[in-house]
Design a binder for this molecule. Structure first.
Ligand code: ADP
Length: 234
């Protein structure tokens, strides 16, 4: 079946997102619509403050739209769930008192997805995929920034979510490491075909990672253009 004929996996329809500041409302995005198909590498690109993170949090179920709707498959998103996992920019998203393997395992077992040997096998599989097997028993403070981000990605992928949400995951890395991480993410995508929703303010990164790119205007974020192929490139 042609991918074009598929129903979208994620549909964001006319979504307006606001924050309530002390005496006024901040409109972060205004009537944003887009849809993502399974195995897309969908990138939201725009300047700082245009509402990219807020949109990602809304897809994560952490913020409710004041207007419009977000649906995953045939379910409206109303709360967070293990079908949507977020990877952040910050290096401190790992639990510092747990090893690499324990960090990945903890996500699997605490979500009730898997238990016992199955969880251990799954955790080791994804740690191997991000080339950290030798560091499985290391603690986060023993790792470089790039390695910590690889653990966060392994942890997210191990959950086998329907969509992996990535909020500028490489923005705090040096240029060389950032390039390597982009390459590794594309290799992981080749292996897993996981659906990605990736936020960045870097045009170069958007072009490298995305098969489709949504360009947002500055504050409040509105859709300026959608670029990219209509199907998932092989
Ligand atoms: P981006 O990810 O594109 O940099 P954000 O989604 O972080 O943008 O922010 C969008 C807008 O919402 C900005 O104007 C920002 O100042 C505002 N904003 C973000 N978080 C909050 C908050 N917790 N309270 C009030 N305003 C916020």
């Amino acid at each position: 079946m042609a991918l074009d004929a598929q129903k979208p996996l994620l549909e964001v329809d006319g979504v307006t997102l606001q924050y309530r500041a002390r005496d006024h409302l901040v409109t972060a995005t205004y009537r944003v619509s887009f849809s993502i198909r399974k195995s897309d590498r969908y990138v939201i690109l725009g300047p700082s403050g245009c509402g990219k993170s807020t949109l990602l949090k809304a897809v994560g179920g952490y913020i409710k739209p004041v207007e419009g709707s977000i649906t995953l498959g045939d379910r409206q998103i109303t709360r967070p769930g293990p079908d949507r996992v977020l990877v952040f920019q910050e290096f401190d998203q790992l639990l510092p008192w747990k090893t690499v393997e324990e960090n990945v395992l903890f996500a699997l077992t605490s979500s009730g997805r898997l238990s016992g040997n199955e969880a251990v096998d799954r955790a080791r599989h994804y740690i191997e995929k991000v080339k950290l097997t030798k560091f499985a028993n290391s603690y986060p403070h023993m790792l470089s920034g790039g390695m910590k981000q690889r653990v966060a990605i392994a942890r997210g992928m191990a959950m086998e979510p329907e969509i992996l949400l990535m909020d500028e995951p490489f923005a705090a890395l040096d240029a060389l490491t950032r390039g390597q991480m982009q390459e590794e993410l594309l290799q992981l995508w080749e292996d897993t075909r996981v659906t990605l929703l990736f936020v960045t303010h870097s045009i170069a990164e958007a072009v490298r990672i995305g098969n489709r790119i949504l360009l947002l205007t500055p504050h409040p974020g509105r859709v300026r253009a959608e670029l990219g192929s209509t199907g998932v490139d092989a």
